[in-house]
Design a protein around this ligand. Structure first.
Ligand code: SF4
Length: 892
């Protein structure tokens, strides 16, 4: 009421933050609307920084002050130059140099606000070590500012005090109105001096302290849930209420808070609440897409960045272009042409011959690239680069054709400001290369926080300091435990500790932390009619105690009341029903071979998604060969070795005759590497890497042949054996690594594996993998002697599987406890497999496609289709259904 009355009389209000100024102005306008007015004078509310700046500009004009007021980026770049001038190891790299410059800038601001006497070089004569280094930079900074007519914003209050202290009479300056201060938790020394120099001022009388409650929750989740439930109850009782939630570390806990509010508020949208603290511009899609586009014109992007960029719609001219480019990416992967890094030229050239790229997009990108190349042959002023960035983006078609939402429009404006601010680094006449301008821009995007304009959501979520000046009907303070409140912190590393203590700088002593926490808590108690505090007794596995500051002001904590305790499981938001609708698969051929039925067994939806929707998970590119490429090379070598005449072997007898297996294997390995690694990939891999891969393969395959030489006599009847089978009307193309004829004339089905595998994956009632049982049961055409995985792994060479009589037909020296002996292949097992496989085929044809993984979450971890099947939504049910099973990995 006091502030409103003051503003109505035309008085001036100064607030601690711009957020508080906006909040007071909004409350003033709401009050006038409530009075039924149609128009009224704008309230005179300024935050501290704007107040100082406008007062200085107004009063320094008369003195003809032509100094350039530095913006934060300009000032930090000056500090970076000074910090780097010593050529200390810590400042040689750009990143650390700019972090140090940021610290120096902070130290300078602290001196200006708390200890202006130390700005005089003579007062810093005794400073030691890091403080002495900073003192040197500060002297150089002052000299540079003086020589080049520059002014740091941190000095503005001091400059203004000097002006204000001049006698008013005869200066032509207007009378200074009395000031009313609002939302200041603590008035800093420089602020007090300035207000005193200004004239009359006083702080707004705090309203009566609120009713306070202090709750103890068992853990952080229960605490958040209680707060969300409380908000929900308050808003249900009074939809026009305004609530304030105060939390420390709001940016780190943002996701957690959002989830809890969406879960317990009963609303499916986030328009119910808004955060007062923003997120870095680099995490906002629109600016990030602009930055990646600019980077791509002259450098490379990681594959996932290209993928993301093409899906945003901001780098393409139409949905068709976007779809075509995404198809292009998929095709590159299908052809095994993935890369960890893509330059724009490599991307354009790789598939240009196939005519897969939309011509309009190619034209825009190449035109933007040409523009840049014309301009980038020499360093330019950051100002020129800023203009060029806008032209390049326009030429490339950014931000796309889709109309921007309000938040996107604001983000685009912030991007423009970030580019202009980066351009303002041209203030000292410097010239930089394009790459340097891009790294300035990247820093700007990291350091600039983006907060969309307030939509006046009923719940505001703010940090303790940012909550200053925010008024609400009720407030809830989260995380009020002893370790977190008072908030601790370290003293500044570039200032002498005794100076920090004397001047009362933040965190200089525990008492200062306590005083500040006390002041903020007291202010919070007057910012709403009811204020709730809470803390979690268990925090990250440790026992926490209640904050003493809060307990002193709000009393000892109480247990959460039942109405603020979340039920163990929430009533479902969706109605569950069994969906028996199925779309049959027309009888005939299905793509994918045996994997169709393996997937059907693992999870019916997986078979549906992969065989019918052609869904695929995406393996990210790797710097060397991927695990699957290395596996393919191993298969190719073993295929060549056992391919029979003229160059390969066909039996154990031929293997034993081979005197020197190493050179024999080497010939095959070299040929396979020559033929199987395509030229583009070969060109990217270092020669030494390929040599090592060659040596590894020669050693591994030679050791495998040595192991096979210990087998009982056998003959290889075929490798890479292809068959087409039809099961219940479903036609599948199968391929098998190898079939051996054993000494009893039976056939052994072999699958090479370079990973850890086990026949447990064939176990009924729901096998994980049916490839070998399928081949053995439906495609063999002979007497089956066994089916095995051939484990070809360095230091782990073995057969694992089911064999009729392994000791008599495979390996004579097997012990009686070996799995191959203990668990032989039986006719019953074959029958069970047959029946199950036929049922799988019938299920697939019938369109059975439930989301039903055989072992959750293990099956899903290897699947990669989670975003399509949305299995996470069924997590609770699946976890309850599935137990943990052991894994059998050893055999022979
Ligand atoms: S992620 Fe799990 S539930 Fe989803 S399709 Fe794959 S196996 Fe099935």
């Amino acid at each position: 009421m006091e502030i409103d009355a003051w503003l109505r009389k035309g008085g001036m209000v100064v607030t601690a933050s711009d957020r508080a100024a906006r909040s007071i102005a909004a409350a003033f306008h709401r009050a006038r609307l409530a009075e039924g007015l149609a128009a009224w004078p704008a309230p005179n509310v300024l935050d501290w920084k704007s107040f100082v700046r406008s007062a200085w500009e107004e009063r320094s004009k008369g003195g003809g002050d032509g100094r350039l007021l530095l913006n934060p980026v300009q000032e930090q770049s000056l500090w970076a130059v000074l910090a780097g001038a010593d050529q200390q190891p810590a400042t040689l790299l750009e990143g650390p140099r700019h972090r140090l410059a940021g610290l120096a800038m902070e130290a300078h601001a602290l001196l200006c606000s708390h200890a202006p006497r130390s700005l005089r070089p003579s007062a810093r004569r005794d400073w030691q070590q890091d403080a002495a280094a900073f003192s040197g930079w500060l002297t150089a900074f002052d000299e540079r500012c003086q020589a080049e007519n520059l002014l740091s914003p941190a000095r503005l209050p001091l400059e203004l005090i000097t002006i204000l202290e001049r006698p008013l009479a005869g200066t032509g300056q207007p009378e200074r109105p009395p000031l009313l201060l609002a939302g200041f938790d603590r008035i800093l020394p420089v602020q007090r001096s300035l207000f005193d120099a200004w004239g009359a001022w006083h702080e707004a009388t705090p309203p009566k302290a609120a009713r306070a409650f202090f709750y103890e929750a068992p853990d952080a989740q229960a605490e958040l849930a209680a707060c969300a439930l409380w908000c929900n109850r308050r808003l249900s009782a009074d939809p026009s209420a305004r609530l304030l939630v105060v939390t420390q570390d709001a940016s780190a806990r943002r996701g957690q808070i959002e989830r809890a509010f969406l879960r317990h508020s009963g609303h499916a949208t986030s328009s119910l609440f808004e955060f007062s603290l923003g997120i870095p511009l680099s995490q906002v899609a629109l600016p990030q897409s602009a930055y990646l586009l600019l980077r791509w014109l002259s450098g490379s992007l990681a594959e996932h960045e290209v993928d993301w960029l093409l899906t945003t719609g901001h780098a393409t001219g139409s949905p068709q272009e976007s779809a075509a480019l995404q198809g292009h990416m998929r095709e590159l992967r299908r052809r095994g042409l993935e890369r960890t890094q893509w330059t724009l030229n490599a991307f354009l050239n790789e598939m240009a011959a196939a005519g897969m790229l939309p011509g309009t997009w190619v034209n825009r990108m190449t035109e933007a690239q040409r523009l840049l190349a014309e301009f980038a042959y020499r360093p330019q002023s950051p100002l020129d680069w800023a203009e060029m960035a806008a032209r390049l983006l326009q030429t490339a078609g950014w931000p796309g054709v889709r109309p921007l939402s309000s938040a996107e429009f604001q983000a685009a404006r912030r991007w423009q400001q970030a580019v202009e601010t980066s351009g303002s680094l041209g203030f000292d006449g410097r010239r930089v290369r394009w790459e340097e301008f891009l790294s300035i821009l990247a820093r700007m995007l990291e350091e600039t926080l983006f907060v969309p304009e307030s939509q006046d959501a009923p719940i505001k979520i703010a940090g303790p300091a940012e909550s200053a000046g925010l008024a609400a009907n009720a407030a809830w303070f989260l995380g009020a435990d002893e370790d977190a409140w008072p908030a601790g912190g370290a003293t500044h590393p570039l200032l002498p500790p005794e100076i920090q203590r004397e001047a009362g700088m933040p965190h200089a002593s525990p008492q200062l932390d306590w005083d500040l926490a006390h002041a903020i808590t007291t202010r919070l108690l007057t910012s709403a009619a009811e204020v709730y505090f809470s803390y979690a007794r268990q925090n990250e596995g440790t026992e926490a105690r209640p904050s003493r500051v809060i307990a002193q002001l709000a009393g000892p904590p109480q247990a959460l009341p039942p109405e603020l305790t979340a039920p163990a499981s929430l009533p479902p938001l969706t109605i569950q029903f069994d969906d028996f609708s199925r779309i049959p698969f027309p009888a005939g051929a299905a793509e994918g071979g045996s994997s169709v039925l393996s997937h059907q067994s693992q999870c019916p939806f997986k078979a549906f998604a992969t065989a019918r929707l052609a869904a695929q998970s995406w393996e990210p590119a790797e710097a060397g060969l991927t695990a699957s490429q290395r596996g393919q090379l191993l298969h190719a070598v073993l295929h060549a070795v056992w391919a029979g005449p003229p160059d390969g072997l066909r039996s154990r007898g031929e293997l034993l005759e081979l005197k020197d297996r190493g050179p024999f294997v080497a010939v095959h390995v070299r040929r396979v590497l020559r033929e199987e690694i395509r030229p583009g990939l070969r060109a990217r891999l270092p020669r030494r890497y390929l040599e090592l891969e060659e040596r590894r393969l020669i050693r591994l395959v030679t050791e495998w042949l040595d192991f096979e030489a210990t087998r009982i006599d056998f003959e290889v009847t075929g490798t890479e054996v292809a068959r087409t089978i039809t099961l219940a009307g479903l036609s599948l193309k199968l391929r098998l690594d190898r079939i051996d004829r054993l000494n009893d004339d039976s056939l052994l089905v072999i699958d090479y594996k370079s990973g850890l595998v086990s026949p447990k994956s064939w176990e009924m009632p729901r096998p994980d993998d049916v490839q070998l049982p399928l081949y053995a049961g439906f495609a063999l055409g002979g007497v089956l002697g066994g089916l095995v995985f051939a484990r070809v792994r360095p230091g782990d060479l073995a057969f694992a599987g089911r064999v009729g009589n392994a000791k008599a037909t495979l390996l004579a020296d097997l012990s009686g406890s070996a799995s191959l002996v203990k668990k032989p292949l039986t006719a019953e097992l074959l029958m069970d497999w047959r029946e199950h496989i036929e049922q799988l085929a019938r299920d697939f044809l019938a369109g059975r496609a439930e989301v039903d993984p055989r072992e959750y979450p293990k099956t899903c971890e290897r699947c990669g289709l989670q975003t399509l099947c949305r299995v996470e939504e069924n997590r609770g049910r699946l976890e309850a259904e599935d137990g943990d099973g052991g894994e059998e990995t050893g055999d022979e």
